[in-house]
Design a protein around this ligand. Structure first.
Ligand code: SF4
Ligand code: SF4
Ligand code: SF4
Length: 171
């Protein structure tokens, strides 16, 4: 079943809701991270996008308010303990299952024209379909989305979340 996060969780950086946070790409599981990460902060200091933060237990998570992940692989490359496993640079690792999800607070639901999310999406995963009334609404192509998070911070009404598992595609 798909899992999504709320606006409040977004602001808190609580990307996975009650079960935890969104960990950097290359992480295998919460339990693997807890057993291998020493809280050294090397990944945090290395990430060129500056989107990795430390949680209260000093484990790394991604806060997409600060930018997007381009899957450069630097965080995993510098991890000496293999808490983050190296992956092919500039391609999302197979363990990365996050996908964008567009919520009902999207401005187009109020007949306001906005295409910010589609304009920033390099994957072309958000397309607009003309609806009755003349307003085009976004539709996510979950197969094209790589979960980079670029569309989250650009949305003026925080209508985009990330969801894990089977992606929701809004009709
Ligand atoms: S893959 Fe690159 S951009 Fe993404 S979190 Fe790691 S270091 Fe940062
Ligand atoms: S950026 Fe946000 S408000 Fe604008 S079309 Fe995309 S989801 Fe809707
Ligand atoms: S998460 Fe990235 S790839 Fe997916 S829709 Fe948003 S900008 Fe596009």
């Amino acid at each position: 079943m798909a899992k999504s996060i709320s606006r409040l969780q977004f602001l808190r950086g609580d990307w996975e809701g009650r079960s935890g946070l969104i960990r950097p790409p290359g992480s295998q599981s919460e339990s693997h991270l807890m057993h291998t990460c020493t809280g050294c902060r090397t990944c945090i200091e290395t990430c060129p996008a500056k989107i990795i933060r430390a949680d209260k237990q000093r484990y790394p998570y991604i806060d997409f308010r600060y930018g997007e992940c381009d899957f450069c692989g630097a965080c995993a490359q510098v991890c000496d303990t293999e808490a983050l496993t190296e992956f092919k640079a500039y391609a999302a690792p197979s363990t990365w299952r996050w996908r964008a999800q567009i919520q009902d607070q999207c401005l187009t639901e109020k007949a306001v024209v906005c295409r910010s999310c589609a304009e920033i999406c390099e994957q072309g995963a958000i397309r607009f379909q003309l609806q009755a009334g003349g307003i085009a609404k976004p539709k996510l192509d979950a197969d094209a989305c790589n979960g980079c998070g670029a569309c989250l911070s650009i949305c003026p009404v925080q209508a985009v979340n990330l969801t894990q598992g089977e992606a929701h595609v809004r009709d």
